[in-house]
Structure formats: structure tokens, C-alpha cells
Write a protein that binds this ligand. Sequence first.
Ligand SMILES: Nc1ncnc2c1ncn2[C@@H]1O[C@H](COP(=O)(O)OP(=O)(O)OP(=O)(O)O)[C@@H](O)[C@H]1O
Length: 280
Amino acid sequence: MLLQSRQSRPHKPQVKSRQFQLTSDCDSPPSLDVKQLALRYRETRVLEDVNLSIPAGKITALIGPSGCGKTSFLNCLNRLIDLTPQTRMSGQIQLEGRDIQQFPVIELRRQVGMLFQKPNPFPLSIYRNIEFPLREHGVCDRNEIDTIIETALKDVGLWHEVKDRLKSPALALSGGQQQRLCLARALALKPCVILMDEPCSALDPISSEIVEDLICQLKGDYTVVVVTHNLAQARRVADQVALFWVNEGVGQVIESGPTQQVFSEPQHSLTKAYVSGRRG
Ligand SMILES: Nc1ncnc2c1ncn2[C@@H]1O[C@H](COP(=O)(O)OP(=O)(O)OP(=O)(O)O)[C@@H](O)[C@H]1O
């Protein structure tokens, strides 16, 4: 059934990154290195002693049971966590060797884009959804904006579906289209890293498959970190997997490694139980 829909899909999305005119600091996708990361919400310890190397240009999937800190970890990587009051983060996160605390936060969030579980287009037109952040980041030339918007929408396979109604409200799009628009909005800023928090979980199976295809196409040009509860999806898309677990009340990475290895030859007994569906 799904295979049929794949074959009959009219416009298979093609992510052709790095063709925009926006200047970027990144000539190639960067690695992320997390060392001794700890996080507290007020007095509640959420993450402790998290160490993880996220390879450049690859897809890393974060898996683990609910509440073990995957989203919190993701939010640390572009300092979105700074927006949550009374959080305390310690340890170090390096983006291509540079501590993320040294980046101006707006620049960090441009370089490290994010896609959320629930598509979150602005309550604006399809066009304005991409134009608005571009202008915020200093892109003002109308022709350049038009080119970037068309390219980004083509990249996510949405152009032919929306080119005649760019001024229509983005919220009138289907959930899957909204999620692709959000990805186009992120890509338009020419990030180097894309964080995704369960990007398919709110979508129907066909839309989910389209977004999953897009994730795979980002590989090589972007460093991708994706949180997913769908183990089959992690297995399909990821080069590397990290399993988070709550240990003595605090989230930790208990095992990470190449996807094939973690699923086929897990080292930790909890990993074995989780990937086989016996725990979690
Ligand atoms: N803003 C917050 N204030 C206080 N505690 C929080 C906050 N956000 C998350 N937490 C707590 O931090 C822990 C980790 O939550 P987080 O959402 O990061 O886990 P998760 O692994 O992503 O869960 P899920 O898979 O269900 O999305 C949970 O115990 C949660 O209740």
C-alpha cells in the first residue's frame, strides 16, 4: 500500500541544499560534541553526565522511553532551553569545536534549525512564513527572497502544490504540508544542523513517509539529530542511535553507536530489552 503510494506520488521531494544565495559560515556540515552535559529544571535534575559525539553530515536518532530527557537534550543543542525559566545547564556543547555559548544566540539558532513534533507555521500566508524569518535575518532583496522561497518549497516538494496560492494562509494546509513548509522555512535560513523532535508523529502515514524521505535526503549536506519513538524509523533513517534512559531519576545516554550495531548487537541489557520491545 505504502509502496504503491510512493510510486504514484506526483512530486517526490528533492532536497537540494546549499544552492541558496544566503551566506553561511558552514562550508560543510559540522559535528556536535556534547561533554558532561547536565540540566536541571529548578531543583529537578533532568539530564546528567551526558556525553555524545554527533557526527557531521549524518543522521543521529535519539530514542528512549517517555520522560527520559530527549527533548530537553535537543533543546540544549541550540540553546532553546534558555527560554525556559529557571533551567540550569552545565557541561559543554561544541559545534565544530566551538562552544555554543560563544555564539550570538540568534546566529546559533540560524545555524542549528529546528522542526517540532506539531507543525508550527506562523498564522501568516505560505509566502510570509518563509519571507518573515529571512527578513529577520537581514535578507531584504525582493528577487532574492522570491528565489529562496521557490527553491525552499521545491526542495521539500511543496512548490507545485502551493505555487498558485502563496498568499493563502499556511494554516489552511494539511498537517503534512504544514510540516514540509516548516522544513522549507528552516532550510531557507541555510542552517548547518537540523534538530527534529518527533517530526512525523503528528502526521498520517503517507505524510510521515514523505517527511521521512526528506530527512534521508538531508544526509550529507546537514547534520541531523532526530528524536523518534518509532524504532523502525530510527533503524531506517539513522546512521547512529543514542538510547536515553532514566537512571536513578535522571536522564542519561546508556548506549550509543552505529544503528546496525545498537539494534543487532546491543551492549547494555536495557538497550537489548528496549529495542526488542520488552521494555519502554
Ligand atoms: N519546562 C519544564 N519544567 C519542569 N520539568 C520539565 C520541563 N520540561 C520537561 N520537564 C521534565 O523533564 C523530564 C524530561 O522531559 P523531556 O520532555 O525532555 O523527555 P522526553 O524524553 O523528550 O519525553 P517524551 O518522549 O515523552 O517527549 C520529564 O520528567 C519532564 O517532566
